[in-house]
Design a protein around this ligand. Structure first.
Ligand SMILES: Nc1ncnc2c1ncn2[C@@H]1O[C@H](COP(=O)(O)OP(=O)(O)OP(=O)(O)O)[C@@H](O)[C@H]1O
Ligand SMILES: [Mg+2]
Length: 488
């Protein structure tokens, strides 16, 4: 008996250990699949799912899948255990078993009801907590204004009110949890009592032999009866989450079939080549954003791209990066691409880390990059130099400063990149800084690289090879299309 009990707990715990392990490996695989998919989503698919939803899939839905794993076996094995136990009980105490089974199963709807109520309260509590945390962080962000206008008391009152509502929900939830817990301990006693009462009313004799056997069976019966509703609910949640993840993983992807990327040193002269390209942002778009696109940029060449606002200059870069649907033509790239986007972005970290972006610090190279991106005067006025935290939580940089940090980030990885796509790097800076950036950086430190730069200023355009102009051809019976042509 002792050995059986020990083997039982050993095997049950081993089962939970293995299934939890499988669950966490599956969770990691699901997170990885979502991350990889997010990088391949087409532009139209990106519009149908927000960043918040993707993060939610990675954190909450993957967690639901992890939690469901330990219960897969319980759900099919519990009914078998219950049937065997009931048969053995009937053999032992006859029809009095029905009383115990009836009472045991009464616990299931009771538990489901309590579980639902606790879940509802948890959602209500999260709403209050979110509201409180959001309000509190807004107060902390604007603490200077709060102090200046002496709004502390009135704002504290608002926070206390929200907290009070939150606490009321927590209290109710705690009471329900206590009732639930109490039921779990009290119910087996009730079931045992009821079973023996019915058994003795039915004419049975209660003796040590059948008391111990019945107690042992009821004890075995208790575990699957408690676990079934919980297991079903957890698996149902896991299945719903798996469905959501499945829908995300089936979203439209960008095809890379039209794109070849060869290493530097392999055949061909061109650094970058687009032949007969026709590109759309969405597959369903009735007319292409870029059409009749023929462009050949030799290795080490500097090409300026010019054209009216909204004509498709940034789209040209997106087509080269493989972010648009290609309905015709092909793109050949020699080497790795470094891309500076038109919307400059910075991370919430120090200015230096924003430039290094994970690469090791090399003082000499770093200083050269700072000079090339004309960042030294800006660093000189920052309180802690390049160790100053920038971004939303730190010092806010001007548009021109952000553009130069982005350029410096791209330039710092010049050993890793062969082709530079710079989207309007000089738009947010004045003529003097622009000149420095053009001569020291684009024509200086990057002079060996293949460079395609979107530019507006004629003086700078003149420094490049004959520019590529993107024009919009509009005729009365055809929709507006862009074509890359007219080398000036
Ligand atoms: N991510 C995107 N998804 C869908 N459509 C886009 C996207 N980016 C640009 N477009 C569309 O492509 C067309 C060309 O825009 P694009 O940004 O390429 O112009 P641009 O020449 O770079 O303009 P600007 O001079 O203002 O930078 C526009 O009609 C725009 O609506
Ligand atoms: Mg643009």
């Amino acid at each position: 008996m002792q050995l059986v009990n020990e083997a039982n707990s050993l095997l049950i715990n081993a089962k939970f250990y293995v299934l939890t392990q499988v669950g966490s490996v599956s969770r990691a695989a699901v997170i990885n699949a979502i991350y990889e998919k997010a990088l391949r989503l087409s532009s139209s698919a990106k519009q149908s799912s927000t960043m918040g939803e993707t993060v939610n899939l990675m954190s909450n839905d993957s967690q639901r899948i992890y939690e469901a794993f330990p219960f897969w076996n319980t759900v099919w094995s519990s009914p078998i255990t219950i049937i065997i136990c009931v048969i053995l009980l009937i053999l032992q105490i006859g029809l009095a078993t029905l009383a115990s089974v009836f009472l045991m199963f009464c616990l299931i709807p009771l538990q489901i009801m309590l579980g639902r109520k606790i879940g509802e309260l948890r959602r209500a509590m999260t709403k209050h907590t979110d509201e409180r945390v959001k309000f509190m962080s807004e107060i902390l962000q604007g603490i200077r204004v709060v102090k200046l206008y002496a709004w502390e008391e009135s704002l504290a009152k608002v926070i206390y009110d929200i907290r009070e509502r939150e606490l009321a929900v927590i209290r109710t939830q705690a009471c329900l949890k206590a009732v639930n817990m109490g039921l779990l301990f009290f119910w087996p006693v009730l079931v045992t009592m009821a079973t023996f009462i019915v058994y003795s009313l039915d004419g049975g004799t209660v003796n040590t032999q059948n008391v111990f056997v019945v107690l042992a069976f009821l004890n075995v019966l208790r575990f699957p009866v408690i676990l079934i509703p919980y297991g079903i609910a957890t698996i149902a949640e896991g299945v719903v989450s798996a469905g959501r993840i499945d829908r995300f993983l089936k979203l439209e992807e960008i095809s890379t079939a039209h794109r070849t990327q060869v290493a530097v040193g392999e055949d061909g002269q061109s650094g970058l080549e687009v032949v007969g390209g026709e590109f759309r942002w969405a597959k369903t778009q009735p007319y292409p954003t870029l059409e009749n696109l023929n462009l050949q940029v030799k290795s080490g060449e500097l090409v300026a791209v010019i054209g009216h606002v909204g004509v498709g200059k940034s789209s040209l870069f997106a087509s080269m990066l493989g972010e648009m649907h290609c309905s015709q033509g092909r793109v050949n790239v020699k080497g790795r691409i470094a891309y500076m986007s038109q919307e400059n972005w910075i991370r919430n970290t120090s200015l230096r880390n924003n430039i290094l972006f994970g690469l090791p610090y090399d003082e000499e190279k770093y200083n050269r990059v700072l000079d090339a991106a004309a960042l030294r005067p800006d660093i000189a006025i920052l309180a802690e130099g390049d160790a100053t935290e920038i971004g939303e939580r730190g010092v806010t940089l001007s548009g021109g400063q952000k553009a130069r940090v982005s350029l410096a980030r791209a330039v710092y990885r010049n050993e890793l990149s062969d082709v530079y796509l710079l989207d309007d790097p000089l738009s947010a800076v004045d003529m003097n800084v622009g000149r420095q950036m053009m001569y020291n950086c684009i024509l200086g430190i990057l002079k060996q690289k293949t460079r395609i730069v979107i530019l507006y200023v004629p003086t700078f355009v003149a420094c490049c090879s004959p520019p590529v102009r993107i024009v919009r051809s509009v005729s009365s019976d055809s929709p507006p299309v862009c074509c890359c042509c007219a080398v000036q």
